[in-house]
Design a protein around this ligand. Structure first.
Ligand SMILES: [Zn+2]
Length: 248
């Protein structure tokens, strides 16, 4: 069976040669403090020269994390406390349907304040809710808290939840959460990425990773992905250039 990498690389090269290079961005979730996995993640971003949006849990964040960052990294706000408050029959979420809006917003605002004081200029005004879930009514009120961006999972809706909000999602989650939390496999990861590239949605294709649970295959995949995209002319956008309001 041919390696899925060959087809992926050809696809990228075709797009490059047609003057429409594939555009990717990378978000990693659940950062809090300095760990060996965080160091590995940051070193990978540095050595591969691939920008990284690091989604940090405000209430768990430690000052020492931000001393490890480098110029290709930006910090996003990953919820408030990242506790699962899902009600019966609800999927995991920090922001359950039963919670009062004001209560949820107060927690988001407190998280933002805490990250502002810890992360300083590393922080972007972008909210990435835990488990990629935030109901529309809450999302629409994020700009009231000074947030300008939203990032969840899957194709973004045609219109953002609020005019002042730029939504840029992730599309390829490399962890098989419901099958042992290992790597989903090269074939599947690359196929999802190619489908998203084909969708021509104008949205950069977002890779979602979770450094704390990566097995060896996840790390090896990322290394190879960065190598292949570099060789075949795919480009990786810095988060600062991803969350920019559309012109016009
Ligand atoms: Zn998370």
């Amino acid at each position: 069976m041919p390696s899925p990498w060959a087809g992926f690389e050809e696809d990228l090269a075709r797009r490059r040669d047609a003057g429409r290079p594939a555009l990717f961005w990378w978000r990693d979730d659940d950062a809090a403090g300095p760990t060996p996995e965080i160091s590995r993640l940051l070193e990978l971003s540095r050595s591969a020269e691939v920008p990284l949006a690091l989604a940090v849990v405000p209430q768990a964040a430690q000052a020492a994390l931000f001393r490890l960052l480098h110029a290709r990294v930006a910090v996003l706000q990953h919820g408030g406390d990242h506790h699962n408050r899902a009600g019966p029959g609800e999927k995991k979420t920090e922001f359950p349907a039963a919670e009062r809006e004001e209560e949820a917003l107060a927690r988001i605002a407190a998280g933002r304040e805490r990250l502002e004081s810890l992360a300083g200029t590393w922080l972007m005004p972008v909210f990435a809710p835990p488990w990629n879930r935030l109901r529309g009514a809450l999302a629409a009120r994020l700009p009231q808290l000074g947030l300008r961006g939203l990032s969840t999972f899957g194709p973004r809706p045609p219109q953002p939840p609020a005019p002042a909000l730029v939504q840029v999602n992730t599309h390829v989650d490399i962890v098989a959460w419901h099958a042992g939390r290992g790597f989903i496999g090269e074939e599947q990861a690359l196929a999802i990425a190619r489908r998203q590239l084909d969708a021509l949605s104008g949205e950069p294709t977002g890779w979602l990773t979770h450094h704390a649970v990566h097995d060896a295959a996840c790390w090896a995949f990322l290394e190879r992905l960065f190598e292949v995209t570099r060789r075949a002319g795919g480009s990786w956008a810095h988060p600062q250039s991803v969350f920019v309001p559309a012109a016009g």
